[in-house]
Design a protein around this ligand. Structure first.
Ligand code: PEP
Ligand code: MG
Length: 588
């Protein structure tokens, strides 16, 4: 039966495909398709892992001391029984043989299916066996780690599949090659990095806000996605056909052929529109009144720089370096590893400026999935620059790597979440020290410009002081909105109150832009607001001349820039600022 689920629209476009339910943590395993001739080898890999675990448990059973607690023996029995359970074995075989999933993906998919059945059981004892099953699967996965599988295919396959038209597959019946859409309760930013390498054509999560980092990475991947869809992961079943409308924020489950045909049509129209926009790639972003507008890219990994160039970005306005630090079990990248990553981005941009932000972990960007932030309010805790300043040696390791990368092209250093002048002084002192350390070593490094993120209201209110210390500013509106309105940006329960057009937010944004212009220093916006076409006119009217956004949004914003006369927007922008209801004025 067809039904729809409403969430938040976070990444544009339409995806049509079969649902793949992801258990929490299952993104840590690789997801890719194998070739038909690899089926037997993949089944053998799972069998090998499973047999090794069976042997391990049997050995434990045999060596069990006579005084061991009886619960331990019973637990081993249960685990051995689960390992040999027909449903696990035949299910895994099915995903490998019929769907060509790699072995790890097949195992976690089947785990999720059986876990749901356990959840529905009346008997509490049986319900609790779910945790045992997860442990058993975890053991198999660990055993399989040493045995390499085939290489993952390039991620472009997801898009090729999506473009091949799921609609036809749906109407014709089963096919192994249909697009897949991921449905999960939550995906951490580190999960999203795995997701980038995977085969999915779109995703839906139960939780998350519009500018949560999961949403931001989805935009960088340029695939349709909906977050904050509450119960989606419980309502959707494995293999259900679903449509994700990333523009409307809706998920349609089990669509009728008529609905499917309609969305298939819209999907093709969007692809054509996108194709048309690519013609603007080399067109300079200049308004009708000849104002040059700088359109920069936000990237998460050095490999994203290529997409930035392809989209016609004239530089990187925000390289979120924290993604290099995540999902590594607490082992942080050393100076050389960071230097190589930053250098890769700098070289890829071929002489265009690259703005690298120092690590911004904490709040909804934990270093590791299992890491428990013990602070009561992580968004107000030891995050971003506060974290860096709490460990100066670690901070300088990053600074030295950045300074060395600057020898290969123009680099700008950006510092997140500064609020106090004392923090600015400490930060700049660390930069000086990092240079001195490089000098002492005789290491080569280049000149850098220094910039501050304005993402805390306190910083916006004392922007004049900030400008004494920095060459440029970047407005982090995602956090600025969060902290001005006291709304957790990742919490879907208050997402309706997360309002970029709140007069207080606009006032702070306007004042920072105006002060930058007065002092002749560059101010850009690198929050999601910069890539929202609905905000382009207002920001231009407020005097903004530099925008940094996900590469996928650049051409649409450029199209808007080319259509406007910025001079004429200034008076209107002042009226919007003074209005009680700016959103209504923008809608006119
Ligand atoms: C912001 O806060 O607007 C920003 C760009 O930084 P992040 O989204 O990484 O917090
Ligand atoms: Mg921020």
């Amino acid at each position: 039966m067809t039904f729809s689920i409403h969430g938040l629209a976070i990444a544009r476009g339409i995806a049509i495909g079969r649902a793949v339910l992801a258990a929490s943590g299952s993104m840590e395993v690789a997801h890719y398709f194998i070739e038909p001739e690899q089926v037997q080898a993949e089944i053998a890999r799972v069998r090998g892992g499973r047999n090794a675990v069976i042997e391990e448990l049997q050995r434990l059973q045999a060596d069990m001391p006579p005084d061991a607690p009886p619960e331990l023996a019973a637990l081993l029995d249960v685990h051995l029984m689960l390992l040999q359970d027909e449903m696990l074995v035949s299910g895994v075989k099915h995903w490998i043989t019929d769907r060509l999933y790699n072995a790890e993906w097949a195992l976690t998919t089947q785990l999720e299916i059986i876990s749901r059945q356990f959840d529905e059981m009346e008997d509490e004892y049986l319900r609790e066996r779910k945790a045992d099953l997860a442990q058993v699967v975890e053991r198999i996965l660990r055993r399989m780690k040493g045995v390499a599988g085939p290489m993952a295919p390039p991620p472009s396959r997801a898009r090729r599949q999506a473009e091949a038209g799921a609609e036809a597959e749906y109407l014709q019946g089963d096919a192994a090659d249909v697009p897949l859409v991921l449905v999960a309760h939550d995906l951490s930013p580190a999960d999203m990095l795995q997701f980038k390498q995977s085969v999915f054509a779109g995703f839906v999560t139960d939780v998350g806000g519009k500018t949560s980092h999961t949403a931001i990475v989805a935009r960088s991947m340029d695939i349709p996605a909906v977050v904050g869809a509450r119960l989606a992961s419980q309502l959707v079943r494995q293999d259900d056909w679903i449509i994700i409308d990333g523009d409307a924020g809706t998920v349609i489950v089990d669509p009728t052929p008529i609905i499917l045909a309609e969305y298939g049509f819209r999907q093709r129209q969007l692809a054509l529109e996108r194709e048309r926009l690519t013609r603007l790639r080399h067109t300079p972003a200049v308004t009708l009144d000849a104002q040059a507008i700088e359109l920069l890219a936000n990237i998460e990994q050095p490999g994203d720089a290529a997409a930035a160039l392809r989209a016609g970005a004239v530089g990187v306005g925000l390289f979120r370096s924290e993604f290099l630090f995540m999902g590594r079990g607490g082992r942080l990248p050393d100076e050389d590893e960071q230097y190589l990553a930053y250098r890769e981005a700098v070289q890829c941009m071929e002489g265009l400026p690259v703005t690298i932000r120092t690590v911004d972990v904490g709040a909804d960007k934990p270093l590791d999935k299992g890491y428990k932030d013990r602070s009561l309010n992580p968004a107000l805790g030891l995050r971003a620059i506060r974290w860096s300043l709490s460990d100066p040696a670690m901070f300088r390791t990053q600074l030295r790597a950045m300074l060395r990368a600057a020898a290969h092209g123009p680099v700008r250093l950006l510092f997140p979440m500064l609020a106090h002048v004392s923090e600015i002084r400490q930060t700049l002192a660390q930069v000086d020290l990092a240079r001195a350390e490089l000098d002492a070593r005789g290491a080569v490094y280049g000149p850098v410009q220094l910039g501050a993120m304005i993402e805390v209201p306190a910083a916006a209110l004392i922007v004049q002081q900030f400008l004494r210390y920095f060459d440029f500013l970047s407005l982090g509106t995602n956090d600025l909105i969060q902290y001005t309105l006291a709304i957790d940006r990742a919490d879907e329960a208050v997402a309706h109150l997360y309002e970029p057009l709140h007069p207080a937010v606009l006032r702070l944004v306007a004042d920072v832009i105006a002060e930058g212009a007065r002092q002749g220093k560059s101010v850009s916006v690198c929050g999601e607001m910069a890539g929202d076409v609905g905000m382009t006119r207002l920001l231009l009217g407020l005097g903004l001349r530099s925008f940094s956004m996900q590469p996928a949004q650049i051409l649409a914003v450029k199209q808007e820039v080319l259509r406007v006369d910025a001079r004429k927007l200034a008076d209107w922008a002042l009226q919007v600022l003074a209005s009680d209801d700016p959103a209504a004025m923008l809608a006119q």
